[in-house]
Design a protein around this ligand. Structure first.
Ligand SMILES: Nc1ncnc2c1ncn2[C@@H]1O[C@H](COP(=O)(O)OP(=O)(O)OP(=O)(O)O)[C@@H](O)[C@H]1O
Ligand SMILES: [Mg+2]
Length: 371
């Protein structure tokens, strides 16, 4: 989706290297890539926990002021030794409203008006306060049109659209953050489109992306590369840590360390830890399964694969538990595989991959713009 391409595409100058930046609620992730012999090459990457910038523990979700985010972003750019200011920046899903509408097909000239009218029903603030973008969802050509079939006749005369609205305030904030940290984004893109770019292979089958962050878990169903459903589960990695801290009467820091060190693989000695984590993940998997079933029922289609992204899925034993909970193939996202990377790094990059899906997706789009 060409979100904001026209609004913010101000750089025509070719740049060697580009950044992808993902400011999550609990951590900033950055990657720097460049093009070499037609391939995207990883130059540097880094991650920085935001908790400490607001007096919270590592792994905690934050709501930081622009000033604090600027401070943190400058810190991680320095730490990762990035060398360019050209960037693509992800916007959190929570800053936007993503919805699907069906409108009657009318002559091209009136289409925009019809879409605006319909979209307005879903946007709870005055249209002057938001930037709206939309894109048609192509119809499938899998069946021959049957003139006697009433339902299909109706279907032909309507068109589905994906509509995305972002409040001006978020864009203003991101512009302040960008100029304050001396980066030059050519676009701001809602994180889900970045993830789709970096983790979904081309193909016709529907897949579900799970992005488990600190506060929430996001679910996206993608078919033929197009977003078909988005859903939020109000539980994330932070909830697991807080539950561990409470049940085992340990500090939040200790709980986070235990979670990261053992995850679900602590064995008999950490039986209680395993139980607490399992209860929380079961909830997430239950909700994700419900979303998937809903989609399958509505469109009579199967979701063929679940792709795991976000820091939460780095938990030891997560993939194995997911394999038990879902009836589909489970894939631990490997967005670094889209890049040329040093061989001696490959294991480290494979395990960190899910955390960097958004940042890599942004960088890849920025790199393609530099062509
Ligand atoms: N090795 C690990 N094992 C278990 N959990 C982990 C590990 N590494 C990170 N996490 C958890 O992942 C969560 C953060 O994930 P991520 O960085 O994707 O979130 P975010 O992008 O900041 O959040 P959001 O996308 O919701 O804004 C934290 O709750 C953290 O505890
Ligand atoms: Mg995130």
């Amino acid at each position: 989706m060409d979100f904001f391409r026209n609004l913010f595409s101000i750089f025509s100058k070719k740049s060697e290297s580009v950044l992808g930046i993902d400011i999550g609620s609990s951590a900033i992730k950055v990657v720097q890539i460049k093009k070499k012999r037609g391939r995207a090459v990883l130059e540097t990457y880094g991650e920085l926990a935001l908790g400490p910038y607001s007096g919270l523990e590592v792994g905690r979700a934050t709501s930081l002021s622009n000033e604090k985010i600027i401070e943190a972003l400058k810190d991680i750019l320095r730490e990762a030794k990035t060398t360019t200011s050209f960037a693509g920046v992800a916007l959190p899903l929570s800053s936007s409203l993503v919805t699907f509408i069906t409108v009657p097909v009318v002559p091209e000239k009136q289409m925009q008006e019809v879409i605006s009218l319909e979209a307005r029903k879903y946007i709870p603030v005055p249209m002057s306060e938001v930037v709206v973008d939309y894109s048609p969802i192509p119809k499938e050509e899998t069946y021959a049109a049957d003139d006697d079939d009433q339902e299909k006749q109706v279907e032909k005369k309507t068109q589905d659209y994906l509509v995305v609205a972002i409040h001006n305030e978020y864009i203003n904030n991101y512009q302040v953050i960008s100029s304050g940290s001396a980066i030059q984004p050519s676009f701001y893109e809602i994180e889900l489109f970045s993830s789709i770019r970096s983790v979904v292979e081309q193909g016709i089958q529907a897949v579900m992306i799970i992005d488990m962050g600190a506060r929430i878990t996001k679910l996206y169903i993608v078919e033929r590369g197009i977003l078909r459903a988005a859903h939020i589960i109000n539980r994330g990695g932070q909830d697991i840590t807080l539950a561990i801290s409470k049940s085992l009467s340990v500090s939040v820091n200790e709980a986070e360390n235990l979670k990261r060190l053992y995850g679900l693989n602590g064995g008999p000695e950490y039986k209680e830890l395993t139980e607490i984590i399992t209860i929380n993940l079961d909830y997430v998997f239950y909700e994700a399964n419900a979303t998937m079933l809903n989609y399958q029922r509505k469109y009579s289609k199967n979701v063929s694969k679940v792709i795991l992204t976000g820091g939460g899925v780095l938990l030891k034993g997560f993939t194995e538990l997911a394999k038990v909970s879902f009836q589909t193939e489970i894939e631990y996202a490997d967005p670094f595989s889209r890049l040329e990377t040093p061989a001696f790094f490959s294991q480290q990059l494979t395990s960190a991959g899910p955390e960097f899906a958004v940042a890599i997706g942004c960088a890849l789009r920025r790199l393609s713009e530099a062509d």
